[in-house]
Design a protein around this ligand. Structure first.
Ligand SMILES: CC(=O)N[C@H]1[C@@H](OP(=O)(O)OP(=O)(O)OC[C@H]2O[C@@H](n3ccc(=O)[nH]c3=O)[C@H](O)[C@@H]2O)O[C@H](CO)[C@@H](O)[C@@H]1O[C@H](C)C(=O)N[C@@H](C)C(=O)N[C@H](CCC(=O)O)C(=O)O
Ligand SMILES: Nc1ncnc2c1ncn2[C@@H]1O[C@H](COP(=O)(O)OP(=O)(O)OP(=O)(O)O)[C@@H](O)[C@H]1O
Ligand SMILES: N[C@H](CCC[C@H](N)C(=O)O)C(=O)O
Ligand SMILES: [Mg+2]
Length: 496
C-alpha cells in the first residue's frame, strides 16, 4: 500500500515527503523494522518511541508516523498526526484490510478464566473441523504453530499483524482473550467479534483502572462492540455469567444482541445442576432449553464448572452440537499451569496454579481444600508494579484457607521484594488462627521448604505463576519455572 493510500483514512494529517512509496510493514518497535517499514512512534510509559527514529531509519524505515515535529533525512516521509492512538486504530486495520472482520472472532473477557476458556474453545472448534487461531496470555497459536506473546491482548499494530498472518493461513476461527487494558486502550480497533464471553469481575488491576466501576466499564466495551455502528457481520452473541455479582448486570446492560446467560445459582438460560467436585474431576448436568446433558470432566473446581458453562454457551451460539461439545470437554485435560498436578510418585499432591488475584486464590484454595485429605500448604506471592491493594487481601485469604502459608516473591519487577512481602504479611498475620506461616523471599527456597514440610496426603499448592518460566526482578528477568523447581524438590525429597 502506498503512503498516499494509507493516509487517506486519517484525519487532520500533515505529510512531508514522497507519498508514492510502498509501505510493506508497520511496527512501533525499532527492533523489528525492516526494509520499507512505516515506523510508528509511541510515547510509552517508559520511553518515547521518537527516540528510536535513527535506529528505525538505519534498519530500513522509509516513513515515520509521529505526533511530534521531528528532524529526519529528506528521503524519509513524515506523517504527523494529532492523536497517535486514533491514527493507529484507523490506519493499521486498513493496511491489513481488516482481517479481524473476515474470520469468525470469539472474544473472552473477565478477571479470571479467560485462558482456560479459550483453550477449551480451541479444542471444540478444531474437533468440529475448523482451523483455529488463539491469542492469549501463554502464547499465540495458529493451528499447531506457536509464537511467543508479550501481552495477553497485543497492541493494535501487533494484533493486526497476527490476525493478517492467521487470515493468510486460512484460519476460520480466532479465539482470543480480551483484557481490560486492551479494551480501555482500544487495542481491538478494527476487529469485529461474533461471540463475546464474560467470565467474572473481581478485584485486579486497580493500579490501572482505579475503581471497580471503571474496570467493569472497560470490560463492557467488548459487549458494546457487538452492536457498534457500521458492523459488517450480523447475528452477534453475548455469553454472560449471571452468577457474577459485580459484573453481570453491567455486561447485560451493554448487550444489544442475542444473550445467553449461564450460571448455577441464578436462573440462567444455560444452567448447571447436581454439581459434584472431586479430585478426579467435576461432574454436573447442563440444562439448556429442552436439553439436559450430563458432563463428567477431568478438570475440577467450581471455577472450572463456570468456565465450562461459558464455553458451552459460546459453542452452542456458534452452532456446534451438544454431542461434540460433551465429547471434547470430557476429554479436556488441564491447561499448562492451571490446577496442574506435578506427579513424581510422591505420597502428597503438588499443584501448580496461576491464581494471582484474590478471587482466583480463594477459588483454588477452596477447591484444594475440598479434595485435601490432610493439610493444605500454600506458596504464593504478589506481583510488583501491579495493584498493591490486592496484596493484604490475598494474604488474608491464604491465612484463612491454608494450614501452612509460605509467602514469597512473584515477579517483584522494579519494587523491593521485601516491601511487597510486608504488604502481603499485613493481611496474613492478623488472619492466622494457629496455622503456620513463613516468609521466604527467594521463591526457589520457598518451594523447597513447602515440599520439605509436606507429609503423606498433604496438598502443596504453588500459586501465582502457573505457566510462566521467568521471574522478573529489578536486575532483569531470570529463568524460573515453578513446575521444574517443584519436580527437583520432590525428587530430592524422595531420594533423600
Ligand atoms: C501499561 C502498558 O500496557 N504498557 C504497554 C506499552 O508499553 P509502554 O507504554 O511502557 O512502552 P515503552 O516500553 O515505554 O515503549 C514505547 C515505545 O518505544 C518502542 N521502543 C522501545 C524500545 C526500543 O528499543 N525501540 C522501540 O521502538 C516500543 O516498541 C514502544 O512502541 O506498550 C507495550 C507494547 O505494546 C506493551 O507491551 C506494554 O505492556 C506492558 C508490558 C504491560 O505490562 N502491560 C500490562 C499492564 C497489560 O497490558 N496487561 C494486560 C492484561 C493482563 C491480564 O490478562 O491480566 C494485557 O493485555 O497483557
Ligand atoms: N472462572 C474462574 N473464576 C475464578 N478463578 C478462576 C476461574 N478460572 C480460573 N481461575 C483461577 O485463576 C487462574 C487463572 O486462570 P486463567 O489463566 O484461565 O485466567 P485469565 O483470565 O486468563 O488470567 P489473566 O488475566 O492473567 O490472563 C487459574 O489458575 C485459577 O486459579
Ligand atoms: N496478566 C497478569 C498476570 C499476573 C501474573 C503474576 N505472576 C504477576 O506477575 O503478578 C498481570 O500482568 O497482572
Ligand atoms: Mg489469561
Amino acid at each position: 500500500m502506498t503512503i498516499e493510500q494509507l493516509v487517506s483514512v486519517l484525519n487532520n494529517v500533515e505529510v512531508k515527503g514522497d507519498v508514492n512509496k510502498e509501505i510493506e510493514f508497520i511496527t512501533h518497535d525499532s527492533r523489528r523494522v525492516r526494509k520499507n517499514t512505516l515506523f510508528v512512534c509511541i510515547c510509552g510509559t517508559r520511553v518515547d518511541g521518537n527516540k528510536f527514529i535513527p535506529q528505525a531509519i538505519e534498519a530500513g524505515a522509509c516513513a515515520i508516523m509521529t505526533e511530534k515535529d521531528v528532524e529526519v533525512p529528506a528521503d524519509i516521509t513524515v506523517i504527523k498526526v494529532p492523536n497517535m492512538r486514533e491514527a493507529m486504530e484507523l490506519a493499521v486495520p486498513y493496511f491489513y484490510d481488516y482481517p479481524g472482520k473476515k474470520m469468525r472472532m470469539i472474544g473472552v473477557t473477565g478477571t479470571n478464566g479467560k485462558t482456560s476458556s479459550t483453550y477449551m474453545l480451541r479444542d471444540i472448534l478444531r474437533k468440529a473441523g475448523y482451523k483455529v487461531g488463539v491469542i492469549g496470555t501463554i502464547k499465540i497459536m495458529i493451528e499447531d504453530e506457536e509464537m511467543p506473546i508479550h501481552n495477553t491482548t497485543p497492541d493494535v499494530i501487533d494484533l493486526q499483524e497476527i490476525l493478517d498472518k492467521m487470515y493468510k493461513q486460512n484460519i476460520d476461527y480466532v479465539v482470543m482473550e480480551v483484557s481490560s487494558h486492551a479494551l480501555d486502550m482500544n487495542r481491538i480497533a478494527g476487529c469485529e467479534y461474533d461471540t463475546a464471553m464474560f467470565t467474572n469481575l473481581t478485584q485486579d488491576h486497580l493500579d490501572y483502572h482505579k475503581t471497580m466501576e471503571n474496570y467493569a466499564l472497560a470490560k463492557a466495551k467488548l459487549f458494546d462492540s457487538l452492536s457498534a455502528p457500521n458492523l459488517v457481520k450480523s447475528n452477534k452473541n453475548a455469553v454472560i455469567n449471571l452468577d457474577d455479582e459485580l459484573g453481570s448486570k453491567t455486561m447485560i446492560e451493554h448487550t444489544k444482541c442475542n444473550l445467553i446467560t449461564y450460571g448455577i445459582k441464578n436462573d440462567a438460560v444455560l444452567k448447571a445442576e447436581n454439581v459434584e467436585i472431586k479430585a478426579s474431576g467435576a461432574s454436573f448436568d447442563v440444562k439448556y432449553k429442552d436439553d439436559c446433558v450430563h458432563f463428567d470432566l477431568k478438570v475440577t473446581g467450581m471455577f472450572n464448572v463456570y468456565n465450562i458453562l461459558g464455553v458451552i454457551g459460546v459453542a452452542l451460539a456458534e452452532k456446534i452440537s451438544f454431542d461434540l461439545i460433551k465429547e471434547t470437554l470430557e476429554a479436556f485435560e488441564a491447561v499448562a499451569g492451571r490446577f496442574e498436578l506435578v506427579r513424581q510418585g510422591q505420597d502428597f499432591s503438588v499443584i501448580v496454579d496461576y491464581a494471582h488475584t484474590p478471587d482466583g486464590l480463594e477459588n483454588v484454595l477452596k477447591t484444594a481444600r475440598e479434595i485435601a485429605k490432610k493439610r493444605l500448604i500454600v506458596v504464593f506471592g504478589c506481583g510488583g508494579d501491579r495493584d498493591r491493594t490486592k496484596r493484604p487481601i490475598m494474604g488474608r485469604i491464604a491465612a484463612q484457607l491454608a494450614d501452612v502459608v509460605i509467602a514469597t516473591s512473584d515477579n517483584p519487577r522494579t519494587e523491593d521484594p521485601e516491601f511487597i512481602l510486608s504488604e502481603v504479611e499485613a493481611g496474613v498475620l492478623p488472619a492466622l488462627h494457629g496455622n503456620f506461616h513463613e516468609k521466604i523471599t527467594d521463591r526457589r527456597t520457598a518451594i523447597f521448604r513447602a515440599i520439605e514440610l509436606a507429609q503423606k496426603d498433604d496438598i502443596v499448592l504453588i500459586a501465582g505463576k502457573g505457566h510462566e518460566n521467568y521471574q522478573i526482578l529489578k536486575t532483569g528477568t531470570i529463568h524460573f519455572d515453578d513446575k521444574e523447581v517443584a519436580i527437583e524438590a520432590i525428587r530430592g525429597k524422595i531420594n533423600g
